[in-house]
Design a binder for this molecule. Structure first.
Ligand code: AMP
Ligand code: TRP
Length: 332
């Protein structure tokens, strides 16, 4: 038991409602209970769809600002970017030697992201899950709060930890546990109830971004796909993917049970429901958006947070890295 929490988000675009509900919202609660590290995983962000250097830089600052605006307190938690602590890349290289390629060949995210021409996918995209395992194992973290799409990567991180521990007959690495929130672990696209809300979806109308204006939120929810079935009959919701996603978002944001939301909304029509939902989303997103705008005015402050975070993270990382090298037999 280490009681350490580790999680991260790629600075590959604007943070959306799925990231907030699936990941960041639970981080905010966890930071009060555990020593927590929240990383901006910039090395992961260059494994696919590379950005211009100026865009990546800007996304990194926006991500720090979003963490803080959502309630991550830099006094309680360690906020830092992955590339500033060399142990991540170092341990990733080392753990690659304990990871059979057969395990990596099973990773569905690689298959999805690599697309039809796998020969053109980068080695970095292929070894992405090993770097993710290194992120977690480097701090011997116990808990990893993420969305449901990261389950397979977490399983791999556990397998790598066990492979290393078994080889050296030690319990060095903590075998990490995934923490997913029941109803928020997979927020779906507003345009297609079969795919998850994602930064990389070409349609802006598929997601609510944390920097969307109130008007845009109203528009996006207004255009959100629904179906022609009348009413909010709880028992039929499972087959109505898009509407059940909207109800789910409402339920998570309002802390009302799904059946309670359906019962309430049955008294009205879809237009009314969408208005209520947009208002609810605005009540959560708009203070975050304003705080982000405010924080982004002072990049120096944000940079300082990253520097302080990196210093604290590096202390733990270099201590653990020394122990790991010693276990392997490297003479230092
Ligand atoms: P990413 O945007 O891929 O860097 O994801 C950052 C975090 O947000 C991870 O913990 C993901 O599992 C989580 N996440 C991403 N998209 C969603 C979604 N649509 N619903 C719930 N969680 C999500
Ligand atoms: N792969 C995660 C995602 O895309 C991001 C990530 C990288 C991560 N390293 C991590 C999440 C370590 C939790 C722990 O969402």
């Amino acid at each position: 038991m280490s009681n350490i929490v580790f999680s991260g988000i790629q600075p590959s675009g604007t943070i959306h409602l799925g990231n907030y509900l699936g990941a960041i919202k639970q981080w905010v609660d966890l930071q009060d209970k555990y020593k927590s590290l929240f990383c901006i995983v910039d090395l992961h962000a260059i494994t696919a769809n590379k950005l211009l250097a100026s865009e990546l830089k800007s996304n990194i600052f926006k991500t720090v600002a979003a963490y803080i605006a959502c309630g991550i307190d830099p006094e309680k938690s360690i906020i830092f970017s992955q590339s500033t602590v060399s142990g991540h890349a170092e341990l990733s290289g080392l753990l690659g030697c304990y990871t059979p390629v057969g395990w990596l060949n099973r990773m569905t995210q690689f298959k999805d992201k690599a697309g039809s021409d796998k020969q053109k996918a980068s080695l970095g995209l292929y070894s992405y899950p090993v770097l993710m395992a290194a992120d977690i194992l480097l701090y011997r973290a116990q808990y990893v709060p993420v969305g449901d799409d990261q389950k397979q990567h977490l399983e791999l991180a556990r397998d790598i930890a066990l492979a290393f521990n078994n080889y050296y007959k030690l319990d060095y690495f903590v075998v990490p546990e995934i923490l997913v929130l029941d109803h928020a672990s997979r927020i779906m696209s507003l345009r297609d109830g079969t795919s998850k809300m994602s930064k990389s979806d070409p349609s802006e109308y598929s997601r609510i971004n944390l920097d969307d204006t109130d008007d845009l939120i109203v528009k996006k929810i207004g255009k959100a796909k629904t179906d022609s079935i009348l009413g909010f009959d709880f028992t039929t919701l499972k087959c109505r993917l898009e509407i059940s996603n909207l109800i789910n978002i409402y339920s998570v944001l309002s802390s009302l049970d799904v059946d309670k939301v359906c019962e309430e909304m049955s008294k009205h029509n879809m237009k009314h429901f969408k208005k209520e939902l947009a208002d609810l989303i605005i009540s959560v997103i708009s203070p975050i958006r304003e705080k982000v705008i405010d924080l982004l005015r002072d990049r120096f402050y944000l940079h300082e947070i990253l520097e302080k975070g990196a210093k604290k993270a590096a202390e733990v990382a270099s201590h653990n890295m020394k122990e790991i090298k010693d276990i392997v037999g490297f003479v230092q």
